[in-house]
Design a binder for this molecule. Structure first.
Ligand code: NDP
Ligand code: MG
Length: 384
């Protein structure tokens, strides 16, 4: 069998390393020809030794490159990811960079690859219609990796031309699901990073605790599946066993289920349409006993509605939401602000930054900069 070549952008992260776990289980099937990271040089050197890519990239140039990884072509600096991706001529790109920092890479992947496997939800939230238009224009499938969107994508295959009435996105509720509003105010970084069901990178784990993540996912679902915000419901489901659902006009609901393990949706996108077995823990319904569901509590988790309202308002409001959120989460992780201030930073930017019609990627970056500036001003006020 001819090996499929794949670029893993954000190879040192939670999604990147789990994708490489799938690659190592299928050495006859995949060759990871391009591996990139921001500054985790030692980790990337290890991966290069193991997976022997043709190209590798680091945004921050390390002091030296070990002799035994010099066989591959190295790229450094702010454009290194896209340069390495282009040079590798990978058939598929798994976009697993965190934040809007991955937007250029997603667009480059859509220009040059046969398929784009998308984990980097912020690229779709900010790039929005421009990203989906590029995918259509280039006729490149955008395969979802986010577990909820992978679930919906899988359920949609049973649709047979019928209209979808509603999407149901499930949500674990994050590390603070059962906390009171008063206790949440001062949740520490340690408290927040203890996610109950998923083991993920720092930024998304904080986003789960504020439910900004589910807001980003509603916007992501809107773009991937062309559904208006009004037809996307969020339901709290603490066990994270139902990954998401679609509802039809006759009341039938299809769900995709499995134990929470990101290698499921990552492997599904990599092997699509074939399923790639790995050492998945089987779902044991006898042990599960019951599944729980609840409506989201918008009073304790205001970020969810802020994102949904931003989507409804359009005019770049999701870009403002995302930029302010990225700044606020960074400040919380550096312990500059208490957890309870994150929604305030976002809300201020949504009120203060002038929305604008997005026509180009340059517009996206301009609005992102304005949102971050506003967030930085709020953060300075809050840390005095
Ligand atoms: P991590 O923080 O674990 O990894 C991020 C990766 O991106 C690392 O390889 C990092 O390199 C690289 N990176 C960070 N900043 C930059 C930058 N400015 N330029 C280039 N590369 C950069 O994140 P996750 O793997 O958790 O998440 C990745 C994406 O997937 C996010 O958009 C997230 O929302 C989404 N996602 C993640 C899930 C999960 O289970 N983790 C589930 C669903 C979606 P370095 O190590 O050098 O910093
Ligand atoms: Mg998700």
């Amino acid at each position: 069998m001819n090996k499929r070549t794949i670029a893993i952008l954000g190879a040192t992260g939670s999604i990147g390393t789990q994708a490489l776990d799938i690659v190592s289980r299928y050495p006859d099937r995949f060759h990871a020809v391009c591996l990139t990271a921001h500054n985790s040089s030692e980790k990337l050197f290890e991966l290069v030794r193991k997976f022997r890519p043709a190209c590798a990239a680091l945004n921050i140039e390390p002091e030296s490159i070990p002799e035994d990884v010099k066989f591959c072509q190295w790229f450094f600096g702010p454009d290194s990811t896209v340069e390495a991706l282009k040079a590798s001529r990978a058939q598929d790109a798994l976009c697993a960079i965190v934040g809007i920092a991955g937007l250029d890479a997603v667009l480059t992947a859509l220009d040059g690859c046969e398929r784009v496997l998308l984990a980097n939800k912020e690229a779709l939230v900010t790039g929005g219609d421009l990203v989906t238009a590029r995918a259509r224009e280039k006729n490149v499938p955008l395969l979802p990796v986010d577990s909820e969107h992978s679930a919906i994508f899988q359920c949609l295959q049973a649709r047979q031309g019928n209209p979808v009435k509603r999407l149901w996105l499930t949500c674990s509720g994050g590390a603070l699901r059962t906390w009171t509003k008063a206790a949440m105010e001062h949740a520490t970084v340690r408290d927040v990073l203890k996610h109950p069901t998923w083991n993920m990178g720092g930024k998304i784990t904080v986003d789960c605790a504020t439910m900004a993540n589910k807001g980003l996912e509603v916007i992501e679902a809107h773009h991937l599946f062309d559904m208006p915000a009004e037809k996307i419901n969020v339901v709290i489901h603490p066990q994270s066993v139902i990954h998401s659902m679609i509802e039809f006009d006759d009341g039938a609901v299809l769900a995709q289920m499995g134990m929470p393990d990101m290698r499921g949706p990552i492997g599904y996108a990599m092997g699509y349409p074939e399923r790639l077995p790995y050492d998945a823990k089987p779902l044991n319904f006898y042990e599960l006993g019951h599944l729980d569901f609840a409506a989201p509590d918008h009073d304790r988790f205001p970020c969810l509605n802020m994102a949904i309202e931003a989507l409804k308002a359009g005019n770049g409001m999701p870009v403002i939401f995302n930029g302010a959120n990225e700044q606020a989460v960074g400040a919380f992780l550096r312990e500059h602000i208490p957890f309870g201030r994150i929604p305030e930073v976002i809300d201020h930017a949504l009120q203060a930054v002038a929305p604008m019609k997005i026509n180009t990627i340059a517009d996206v970056y301009a609005l992102d900069r304005a949102a971050r500036e506003d967030a930085e001003n709020t953060l300075r006020r809050l840390s005095c």
